[in-house]
Design a binder for this molecule. Structure first.
Ligand code: NAD
Length: 484
């Protein structure tokens, strides 16, 4: 049986305590994972602390940048291994992970190294009574040891999205991958050693949340800042942990995102975009659409076209090029998503398509499959319209006016993202400005420029990462004032 180990101070570390990693495709055990105890987490944090004071802290920015570029190149060099590991852990199609997870995961190291290189700091001249004046300038230093707590939906991509800028800014990290997706973070340890990243700069500890590695990292007094992606209720616990020692947090959390489709949209583009935003990665994307509002004149046509697209998604194994949809991450998550399918039916939803599980052949029968599902006919108060499901499903409602749809779309405790489909330029801007979200896409979805701010409003997050905004979190800015 494959053993996935912790990576501490440049070494792979096994422990006595083990947990099983199951395949989402078959539910069979594919690996054992060595769970870090409080002692391993302590060793990882101390190694990260020592590396800050050691070679990493002393390295010139140019050398650091060169290493981060080498890291990205080496991930791409071992692309197939990363792809296999990510797809084994998540069950997602190769076509998806080869296009998004792995290349973008590698690119995060290059892009953030370049961002850090190109961001200036402030400069002010100050008048003084003696007429000679003073100058002020900003000077950035690393924030220190960063605890990085990751989810399972885009494991490598969302982890390097944090580790990339953290290392570019000169920090060291202790990463706690999701217990569901331990492999690529561990594999990255090999790459770190290969390119010569000093020991202790990048550490990985495996385990769960409460009373396990997640809690041990977030409560460790030598962790200087915590960056987290995951559920809102976990984020709240982490924020409380970070209060001890007044440590900064960056929280990227849940969503219940609305798409708004106006009758004047490019219909085919809106269908193509909504098929992706609702069903890609089996609906397990924080930015995904679970509420669709469609202007009444095109409502029936839209529902019919989305149904046709959803029904064309063929479930299958990652390696099969014709696979359109993989399984959910775990049996536990499958139970959760199916419970919402039942809640929708019990509330009287019209099930346009789906609503159950795929009947898969052979060993795939035991996998975590669910059908892409579309509902109509529920009131705005329905639980499947209010709560994040994180599965391949959406509810579609008709609307008549812009004001009405804005009120409905904004009536949610989350505020992560939206997709607005219209060819009326004024309306596009007007609606985007009024949506209570961190990310508003117009005539697109998940189109990312990493220089732009990323994060959620309301209960979807605290803080922004991306471009210069990542620097705000991963560095401490001091003002140097010099009297002339
Ligand atoms: P989760 O909150 O269950 O787990 C995330 C991580 O937190 C895991 O590594 C877990 O072990 C750890 N954890 C759990 N309890 C902890 C505790 N008490 N202390 C410390 N660590 C703890 O989330 P998930 O199920 O892995 O991911 C799905 C969620 O993530 C969805 O809600 C989704 O919307 C959200 N998400 C948000 C974004 C974003 O950018 N806003 C991106 C991806 C996913």
């Amino acid at each position: 049986m494959k053993l996935i180990q912790n990576f501490i101070n440049g070494e792979f570390v096994a422990t006595g305590s083990r947990f099983n990693k199951h395949s989402p495709l078959t539910n069979q055990v594919i690996a054992e994972v060595a769970e870090a105890t409080r002692d391993e987490v302590d060793a990882a944090v101390k190694a990260a602390h020592a590396a800050l004071k050691g070679p990493w802290g002393k390295m010139s920015f140019a050398e650091r940048t060169e290493m981060l570029h080498a890291l990205a190149n080496e991930i791409n060099h071992r692309f197939d291994e990363f792809l296999a590991a990510e797809c084994a852990d998540t069950g997602k199609p190769h076509s998806l992970a080869a296009h998004i997870d792995i290349p973008r995961g590698a690119a995060n190291f290059k892009i953030f190294a370049d961002v850090v290189k190109n961001v200036p700091t402030e400069f002010f001249e100050t008048a003084t009574p003696d007429g000679k004046g003073a100058i002020n300038y900003g000077y950035r230093t690393p924030v220190g040891v960063v605890g990085v707590i990751c989810p399972w939906n885009l494991p490598l991509l969302l982890m390097t999205w944090k580790v990339g800028p953290a290392l570019a800014c000169g920090n060291t990290v202790v990463v706690k991958p999701s217990e569901e997706t331990p492999q690529t973070a561990t594999l990255l340890g090999e790459v770190m050693n290969k390119v010569g990243i000093p020991k202790g700069v990048y550490n990985v500890v495996h385990g769960f949340g409460p009373n396990s590695a997640g809690e041990f990292v977030t409560t460790h007094p030598l962790v200087n800042a915590i960056t987290f992606t995951g559920e809102t209720r976990t984020g709240e616990i982490i924020m409380k942990a970070a209060a001890k020692g007044s440590r900064p947090v960056s929280l990227e959390m849940g969503g219940k995102n609305a798409a708004i489709v106006f009758a004047d949209c490019d219909f085919d583009a809106a269908i193509e975009g909504t098929l992706r935003s609702a069903f890609v990665n089996c609906g397990q994307v924080c930015l995904g659409t679970e509420r669709v509002y469609v202007e009444r004149p095109i409502f029936d046509k839209f529902v019919a076209a989305l149904k046709k697209g959803a029904e064309a998604l063929k479930p299958g194994i990652p390696e099969d090029k014709s696979t359109g949809i993989g399984p959910l991450i775990s049996k536990e998550h499958q139970r959760k998503v199916l419970s919402y399918y039942q809640i929708a039916a019990a509330a009287g939803a019209t099930v346009v398509t789906g609503g159950g599980i795929f009947d898969m052949p052979g060993e795939l029968k035991e996998g975590c499959w669910v059908q892409p599902t579309i509902w109509t006919g529920l009131p705005e108060t329905a639980r499947v319209i209010k709560e994040e499901i994180f599965g391949p499903c959406c509810h579609i409602s008709p609307f008549d006016t812009e004001q009405e749809v804005l009120a409905k779309a904004n009536d949610n405790e989350y505020g992560l993202a939206t997709a607005i489909w219209t060819l009326n330029v004024s309306r596009a801007h007007r609606v985007a400005h009024q949506m209570e979200v961190g990310l508003a896409w117009v005539n697109s979805w998940f189109l990312r420029d990493l220089r732009t701010p990323f994060g959620g409003a309301k209960q979807s997050g605290i803080g922004r990462e991306g471009g210069v905004h990542s620097l705000e979190f991963y560095t401490e800015q001091k003002n140097v004032c010099l009297k002339l």
